[in-house]
Design a protein around this ligand. Structure first.
Ligand SMILES: Nc1nc2c(ncn2[C@@H]2O[C@H](COP(=O)(O)OP(=O)(O)OP(=O)(O)O)[C@@H](O)[C@H]2O)c(=O)[nH]1
Ligand SMILES: [Mg+2]
Length: 370
C-alpha cells in the first residue's frame, strides 16, 4: 500500500484579512460597498497541503468593497473569499479561540467579516477590514485509532496489520507524526488505522507529546488500546507501570481530554505476548480487568477515572512475532466495526419506522377531523 500522509501537514497557520468597506459619497448620500468576508470551506478530497499550495505565502485577503461614485451611488459589495480546507478541519483564531469546525463537504465557518461600507453612520468612511492569524487543525479520519504508551508496539502493529511501513524502534516517541495504514481483506474491504504518537501519564499537562494528537482519535470509530504485557517505564527516574496501571492511566488521560472518547467502541490489544513469563502476567492482568474499579482504589485519587473504559474484546497478541494473532485481531476489528455500524443503521430504521407510525396516526386523526 502507498504510504499515505508522508510529509503530512496537520496544522497550518494563515494570515487572513477581510476587505475594507468602500467609501461613501457624502454629496449624494452614496453608500460604499461592503468589504469581502473570509470563510473557511470544506472541499472534497482536500488536504492542508493543497490549502498551502493554493496560497504558498499563507496570506489570504478578501477584496475591498467598491466606492460609491456619481454613476454608481451604491458601491458594489465585494465577494466573500472561501479558503478551501479538508473535511475535519478546526479553525482557531490566533491560536486560542475556536471559531468552528467543518465536518462535511460544503460546511463553512466565518473567519472574519468585511468592513461595512461608508455611510452617514461612519461619516462615509468605509470600515477597515480585519486582519487575524488563524490556525487550521486537521483531524484525521480513520476507522481505528491506536492509543497506547510509547514503545507498546503500536507502529509494529500497524506495520503487520497493513502494508504501511512506519518507523519502529526500541525507544519511546519513535512516532512523531500520525500515520495511516489500510488493513486490506480478501473481499476488498479496507479499514483505515491511524497510528499515533505515544501518550504518557500527564499528557493532559502537555507532558511528552501532550494531548494534541488525541484530536485525531476523536473522529475514529473505534479505539484500539495497545498495552505492552511487560508494562512501561519512561526512564530510570520514572516509576515502572504495570499493564493494569497503563490501562488506568490511558483511561484517565482520555477522560481528561474528552469523556466522549470513552463512549467509543474499544478493543484492548495486549502486545508482546512472546516475551518470557507473558502468560502469568496476562492472567494477573485479566484478573485486574475484572475488578478494575477496586484496583483503581490502590492508586492515588488523581489517577481515578470517573468513567471506566469498557472493552468490546481483549486480544493478547504479538505484533512482531505471531502472524496468527494479528490475523485474529484484524478479523475482530472488522467484526466489531460492523457490529456498531449495523447498530447505527438499525437505529435509523427504528426511528424511521416510529416516524411512519406517527405519520399514520396523524393522518388517521386528521381524517376524523374532516
Ligand atoms: N518482543 C516483542 N517486541 C515487540 C513487539 N511489538 C513491538 N515490539 C518492539 O517494541 C519496540 C517498540 O515498537 P514500536 O512499534 O516502535 O512502538 P510504538 O508503540 O509505536 O512506540 P512510539 O511510536 O514510541 O509510541 C520495538 O523495539 C519493537 O520491535 C512484540 O510483539 N514482541
Ligand atoms: Mg510508534
Amino acid at each position: 500500500m502507498k504510504r499515505l500522509h508522508r510529509r503530512f501537514i496537520d496544522t497550518l497557520r494563515l494570515h487572513v484579512k477581510s476587505g475594507h468597506g468602500g467609501m461613501g459619497l457624502p454629496r449624494f448620500g452614496g453608500i460604499g460597498g461592503k468589504g469581502g468576508d473570509i470563510y473557511v470551506e470544506a472541499k472534497e478530497d482536500f488536504t492542508l497541503k493543497k490549502t498551502l499550495n493554493a496560497e504558498p505565502r499563507k496570506r489570504w485577503s478578501a477584496a475591498d468593497g467598491g466606492n460609491s461614485h456619481k454613476f454608481r451611488i451604491i458601491g458594489e459589495p465585494a465577494e466573500s473569499l472561501s479558503i478551501p480546507v479538508p473535511v475535519g478541519t478546526t479553525v482557531r483564531l490566533d491560536g486560542v479561540k475556536i471559531l468552528g469546525e467543518v465536518n462535511s463537504v460544503g460546511d463553512k465557518v466565518l473567519v472574519t467579516k468585511g468592513g461595512t461600507g461608508g455611510s452617514p453612520m461612519n461619516q462615509y468612511n468605509g470600515q477597515k477590514g480585519q486582519a487575524h492569524n488563524i490556525q487550521l487543525e486537521l483531524k484525521l479520519l480513520a476507522d481505528v485509532g491506536l492509543v497506547g504508551f510509547p514503545n507498546a508496539g503500536k507502529s509494529t502493529l500497524l506495520g503487520s496489520i497493513s502494508r504501511a511501513k512506519p518507523k519502529i524502534a526500541s525507544y519511546p516517541f519513535t512516532t512523531l507524526q500520525p500515520n495511516i495504514g489500510m488493513a486490506e481483506f480478501h473481499d476488498g474491504r479496507q479499514i483505515s488505522i491511524a497510528d499515533l504518537p505515544g501518550l504518557i501519564e500527564g499528557a493532559w499537562a502537555n507532558v511528552g507529546m501532550g494531548h494534541k494528537f488525541l484530536r485525531h482519535v476523536e473522529r475514529t470509530k473505534l479505539l484500539l488500546f495497545v498495552v505492552d504485557i511487560n508494562g512501561f517505564q519512561l526512564g530510570p527516574q520514572h516509576p515502572h507501570r504495570t499493564p493494569t496501571e497503563n490501562i488506568i492511566l490511558l483511561n484517565k488521560e482520555l477522560e481528561i481530554y474528552s469523556s466522549n472518547l470513552l463512549e467509543k467502541p474499544a478493543l484492548l490489544v495486549i502486545n508482546k505476548m512472546d516475551c518470557p513469563n507473558a502468560e502469568n502476567k496476562l492472567e494477573k492482568l485479566l484478573k485486574d480487568l475484572n475488578q478494575l474499579r477496586e484496583v483503581c482504589t490502590n492508586f492515588p485519587e488523581e489517577f481515578h477515572p470517573e468513567q471506566l473504559v469498557t472493552f468490546d474484546d481483549i486480544i493478547p497478541c504479538s505484533a512482531r512475532e505471531n502472524r496468527a494473532s494479528i490475523n485474529h485481531l484484524k478479523e475482530r476489528l472488522r467484526e466489531v466495526l460492523d457490529f456498531y455500524g449495523d447498530q447505527e443503521k438499525d437505529q435509523v430504521k427504528v426511528v424511521t419506522k416510529a416516524r411512519q407510525q406517527v405519520q399514520k396516526l396523524l393522518s388517521e386523526r386528521s381524517k376524523h377531523l374532516v
